[in-house]
Design a protein around this ligand. Structure first.
Ligand SMILES: C[S@@+](CC[C@H](N)C(=O)[O-])C[C@H]1O[C@@H](n2cnc3c(N)ncnc32)[C@H](O)[C@@H]1O
Length: 254
């Protein structure tokens, strides 16, 4: 019997590039936009919807809140925020991938949310919002792709009103040994294969696990949020650590 294949991150000449040049990242998401939602639901066995609901619930939105969804993609998290009760007054979704936004726009029209959610093309590192105008900021599976993580966190802090909340969802890697081994085999071996077959993109679904492994650890991202001024920073492990939810608050003025 041959030994089980290792499940370490892909390294070496065939490994996916982790270059986060904005044009490259936007181009990659534009290329998979047509399959993005379906693959998300399939590859997470539908759990992505629950993760987004948990993130929105953590914001504890008030009636009339103004929400900003950074790296909004096809607007799933923005739409989840709209369905929360009390519903926000306005949601702005920002992303630099035009094809992702176009799909999101179609979904918003179909759901009758076109008046509540506005999608704009923009960069997380230069948010198109005035300072202290937003009640809650969300980021779903986007922060890992941003070239300058610290700059994006500073921008989110800038646009939040004092007392405003931040919720970030990002993939992680489970710690419980048995679950970790099975999950990493799926995440690093099976998922890239299914993703490549269905999206027809050679790299995007190999980039996903590689970029998760190379990203800040949960402790490091929490430390970055604190260093950027956020208080009440909390890190919740979802689904054994397949996903982490980071919650923080911009301190209210004293
Ligand atoms: C994995 S998708 C997540 C989409 C959506 N938030 C969700 O929950 O499914 C990541 C998105 O982040 C966007 N993105 C990455 N870096 C960005 C940046 N610096 N500025 C704006 N959007 C960015 C990509 O274009 C892509 O649409």
């Amino acid at each position: 019997m041959s030994a089980a294949p290792p499940v370490g991150p892909a390294t070496g000449p065939g490994a996916p590039s982790l270059d986060k040049d904005p044009r490259r990242i936007a181009g990659m998401f534009d290329a998979i936009a047509h399959r993005y939602d379906r693959l998300n639901h399939l590859l997470s066995a539908g759990l992505d919807r629950r993760w987004r609901r948990v993130a929105v619930a953590a914001l504890d939105l008030r009636a009339g809140a103004r929400v900003l969804d950074v790296c909004t993609g096809t607007a799933d998290l923005a739409m989840t925020a709209c369905r929360y009760q009390p519903a926000p007054r306005a949601v702005l979704g920002v992303d630099f991938a035009g094809a992702m936004l176009a799909l999101g726009q179609r979904k918003l029209q179909a759901a009758g949310l076109g008046r509540v959610v506005r999608l704009v093309r923009g960069d997380a590192c230069r948010l198109p919002c005035a300072s202290e105008t937003i009640d809650a900021v969300t980021v779903g599976f986007g922060i890992r792709n941003v070239a300058e993580t610290g700059r994006a966190v500073e921008e989110m802090f800038r646009v939040l009103k004092p007392g405003g909340r931040l919720a970030i969802l990002e993939f992680g890697e489970p710690r419980v040994p048995m679950i970790r081994t099975i999950y990493l085999w799926y995440f690093r071996r099976v998922l890239p294969l299914i993703g490549r077959l269905l999206s027809k993109h050679t790299e995007a679904y190999a980039y996903l696990p590689a970029s998760v492994s190379a990203f800040l650890t949960p402790d490091a991202l929490a430390a970055l949020l604190r260093a950027s001024g956020f208080s009440e920073v909390r890190v919740d492990r979802l689904t054994y650590g397949v996903v982490y939810l980071y919650v923080g608050r911009k301190p209210a003025e004293s």
